[in-house]
Design a protein around this ligand. Structure first.
Ligand code: ATP
Ligand code: GLU
Ligand code: CYS
Length: 524
């Protein structure tokens, strides 16, 4: 274990500092497709009873009109965050009539590309910009890939931790610069070790064969309708899933925040010839994409983790990061566990907290050039064949067994977990670690293995397995109606969001073309 990790843990273990580990903050975004009672993609509009997808703080849409996104508030207790996510699901089910929430990450059987509905956000400039952005995504990556659903885990350390660590480091930069540098260091370690999360929580080893639209692939046939890889953990995060080659060369540098924001600024400002050839508008003058740059906007960079700063109204993510530095991180590579009604549970959240704190507190030198390639290679090996017996990963100049490296990491993460338990009381984090150690010892305990086993046990295709889970979870949420007070609060929030959207539309005075141009220029 690095001396720096043990030194920092000892500092945080001091009685006066121990409460700091109780003040980490959490927020979860969960996406799921609306499907009809036959498990087909819902072609209905976003239910207005759920409020406005443009302005509702907790219920919106991601790419497709049928791809719901549930967003919790921010809480120090991950159980509170999960309870809030549960309530959003329960309220949503009171407004869906006979539609259902598709459980897994990989989509239901989809209609033809042209018939997949892109999310609508109304006629305001900001609403139209979100829609045109999605038209550009369809042009660049296809709509099918954009129907994949994920869990995004948002996390920050207590604000009070940074002055303590900065003093201990004898670092003389501004508090904001120090805090940003520490989050960038967390992200570097996340790049090194996030293959472990894919092994432990990847849950998409199979997919409906229609998803590939006849493209060439290296997958195996499980049954007439299902393609899979026997040792895959997350096809969602493979190059068949929520990735895109156009960004392959984009991996920004994570040496510091400035180099990160400069990399991304370059990508949203540099035309990409294949996109330029497609044009911004079609012959009839209809928008096709916001611009022809490598990325239309910074959100289009589909990284596994993002540095974040809450934005002010109308502020872009890059502007917020440049102005006020990094406030939290967003882990974006997590699959939805189709055995869990929320797609994630408290044990996973507790492990993620220990893992992310380990990434933040352990030493984190800048990644050498070869290390970047190794990190990407290790991640892809695990998503494609993480459960293969004897699989090795690249560590420095050597190949090391996944089980061995995982065991070493869990040993060190276990020390962070123990300190979290010491701070919070109980043994929740130690128990979460024990569950992960068991998965490393026996890959049959991983969610990806369990998905394949469930399908083999019943002889079901992926789609039938997914529909069975979808129906089970629908019953789970419908059978627990919200208390009247909570229901009334959700109904009020829906009404207010619709009023907000109407107000935004009424206040618009700029023509859309000028609005888009001003948006592009806003990064300078
Ligand atoms: N300081 C913080 N620490 C941890 N989580 C936070 C913090 N601030 C905000 N969050 C959480 O981050 C999530 C932000 O999700 P939201 O979709 O609103 O913003 P976004 O991800 O920037 O938007 P988009 O998905 O369009 O990029 C919420 O779940 C929120 O609770
Ligand atoms: N649907 C994507 C995320 C969409 C987005 O970029 O927010 C996923 O599976 O994680
Ligand atoms: N959420 C995804 C799809 S709209 C993005 O922002 O690119």
């Amino acid at each position: 274990m690095s001396d720096l990790l043990s030194h920092r843990l000892a500092l945080l273990a001091e009685h006066s500092n121990l409460p700091l580990l109780r003040q980490c903050l959490h927020g979860i975004e969960r996406e799921c497709l609306r499907v009809d009672s036959h498990g087909q993609l819902a072609l209905t509009p976003h239910p207005s009873m759920l409020g406005s997808a443009l302005t509702h703080p907790h219920i919106t849409t991601d790419y497709s009109e049928a791809l719901l996104e549930f967003i919790t508030g921010t809480a120090s207790d991950p159980q509170q965050t999960l309870d809030e996510l549960d309530a959003i699901h329960r309220f949503t089910y009171t407004r869906l009539q006979d539609e259902l929430l598709w459980s897994p990450s990989m989509p239901c059987p989809l209609p033809d590309e042209a018939d997949i509905p892109i999310a609508e956000y109304g006629r305001s400039n900001v609403g139209r910009l979100k829609h045109v952005y999605r038209q550009g995504l369809a042009l660049r990556y296809g709509k099918t890939m954009q129907c994949i659903a994920g869990i995004h885990y948002n996390f920050s350390l207590a604000e009070g931790i940074w002055p303590l660590l900065q003093a201990d480091d004898g670092d003389r930069r501004s508090p904001q610069a120090y805090q940003s540098s520490r989050y960038i260091a967390l992200i570097r370690n996340f790049r090194r070790y996030s293959w472990l999360l894919m092994y432990l929580f990847g849950a998409s080893p199979a997919l409906d064969k229609g998803f590939l639209r006849g493209r060439p692939h290296q997958l195996e046939q499980l049954d007439a309708d299902t393609l899979y890889l026997p040792y895959a953990t997350s096809l969602r995060m493979s190059d068949l899933g929520y990735q895109n080659n156009a960004q392959a060369g984009l991996t920004p540098c994570y040496d510091d925040l400035d180099s990160y924001t400069e990399s991304l600024h370059a990508a949203v400002s540099t035309p990409y010839p294949p996109y330029a050839a497609l044009g911004i508008k079609d012959a009839a003058g209809n928008w096709r994409q916001l611009n022809t740059n490598v990325l239309q906007i910074e959100n289009e960079y589909y990284s596994n983790i993002r540095p974040k700063r809450v934005t002010a109204t109308g502020e872009r993510p890059l502007q917020a990061l440049r102005a006020r530095g990094i406030q939290y991180i967003e882990v974006r590579c997590l699959d939805i566990n189709p055995f869990l009604p929320l797609g994630i549970d408290l044990a996973e959240a507790r492990f993620l907290d220990a893992f992310l704190l380990f990434c933040a507190l352990d030493e984190s030198p800048c990644l050498a050039a070869c290390e970047c390639g190794a990190a990407t290679d290790n991640f892809l090996r695990v998503v494609n064949e993480g459960r293969r017996p004897g699989l090795t990963l690249r560590r420095g100049e050597q190949e090391v067994g996944l089980q061995q490296w995982a065991g070493e990491l869990l040993e060190r993460i276990g020390l962070v977990a123990a300190q979290l338990d010491q701070s919070l009381g109980g043994e929740g984090h130690a128990q979460a670690l024990a569950e992960q150690r068991a998965k490393v010892a026996d890959s049959r305990l991983t969610p990806s293995a369990q998905v394949l086993q469930a399908m083999r046990d019943t002889g079901e295709s992926f789609t039938r397995f997914a529909m069975r889970q979808t129906l089970r979870h629908a019953e789970y949420f419908r059978s627990r109606p919200l208390p009247d007070g909570a229901l009334a609060r959700f109904e009020q929030a829906a009404r207010e969001s619709l009023q907000q959207q109407a107000a935004i539309e009424a206040a618009d005075s700029q023509d859309f073309d000028s609005f888009v141009e001003q948006y592009q220029r806003s990064l300078g």
